[in-house]
Design a protein around this ligand. Structure first.
Ligand code: C5P
Length: 300
């Protein structure tokens, strides 16, 4: 995330993420699934503005009205409000904030927008309210908010995430990755996709596949990363959404290095060899689909 501070408050650019690979290893006794996933941060941002207020109230306003932004709740159901309240409770303070959120990352898209907004809230309000909560406490709160929130807290460009997704091991990469992304109109609920996952659908896959992708990212043979792209949730997402199936098949016709789905969908992506190819591909695909299409590169 990128933070700028002024005497009026703080602005944060909260990035999206993309799962290069995602292995579901099994269902856990707590109902969550054990994961081994490699995530990269994307230069596609929501913008949050934080201003302290006199009361202990936390308010959230969405700006940039769009059908998407309109359908997102601004009350306690929003992870931004939940993050602010968890901070107030953890630090035992009665300070409030007025928060404005400009939504650009589509929701129910597998791009982690809500989780990134929550991580931005934890980091920004910890600073704005002078709470000085240490990093392990912010991580504890992040894990309570959702499985993807921890990844965004420390602004890693890439990381291998295990456990529920909340245990983060950064992967240093020095060159960006380029993608073309397609988000079909339909979204999918993460919970529904995990429910539809069946262990038998991935026999033969195990974590060494992740070791391959991590070592290729580290050795900067970035193009070879394509061979590690896999998502255990792709089959259940295709089962639940015809739009995911048609989006993946459109991408597979394009002679891209690799094609995949991010998180629990519905965003699908193609790995491109350069920024120019990603932009060219986005222009071409826009003429072939009514879905939202854009080019994005990795970065924080
Ligand atoms: O953690 P988060 O709130 O983002 O997860 C949303 C839902 O996705 C969970 O309620 C759970 O049903 C499912 N999930 C899972 N295993 C994970 C992460 C999420 O089953 N590791």
């Amino acid at each position: 995330m990128r933070i700028t501070t002024s005497h009026h408050g703080m602005n944060v650019q909260a990035p999206a993420k993309l799962n290069l690979s995602l292995l579901v290893l099994g269902k856990r006794p707590d109902g969550f699934h054990e994961l081994d996933t490699v995530m990269v941060s994307l230069q596609l941002y929501d913008t949050l503005r934080f201003v302290s207020c006199q009361s202990d109230q936390v308010s959230l306003q969405m700006v940039g009205a769009s059908a998407e932004a309109d359908s997102i709740p601004t009350d306690d159901r929003n992870l931004v409000i939940q993050a602010a309240k968890r901070l107030q409770h953890s630090a035992n303070v009665a300070i409030g904030a007025d928060i404005t959120l400009t939504k650009r990352i589509p929701s129910q898209a597998g791009l982690g927008g809500g989780s990134s907004d929550a991580a931005a809230t934890l980091v920004a309000l910890n600073q704005l309210w002078n709470l000085n909560l240490p990093s392990p406490e912010l991580h504890r709160l992040a894990a309570q908010l959702g499985s993807d929130v921890n990844f965004f807290l420390d602004s890693h460009v890439a990381a291998r995430c295990t456990g529920r997704g909340e245990e983060i091991a950064p992967i240093p990469i020095s060159q960006p990755l380029y993608f073309v992304l397609i988000k079909p109109p339909a979204g999918l609920s993460t919970g529904r996709v995990f429910q539809a996952w069946k262990s038998k659908s991935q026999s033969g896959l195990h974590t060494p596949l992740q070791d391959v992708i991590v070592s290729r990212l580290q050795s900067n043979s970035l193009f070879q990363v394509s061979q590690g792209i896999h998502n255990s949730l792709e089959a259940p997402a295709v089962e639940l959404s015809e739009e995911v199936r048609t989006t993946l098949s459109l991408l597979k016709q394009q002679n891209l290095a690799a094609v995949g789905m991010s998180g629990s969908g519905t965003t699908c992506f193609g790995l491109c060899s350069s920024w120019n190819e990603a932009k060219r591909m986005a222009t071409k695909l826009r003429s072939q689909t009514k879905s939202r299409v854009w080019a994005a590169k990795s970065g924080i």
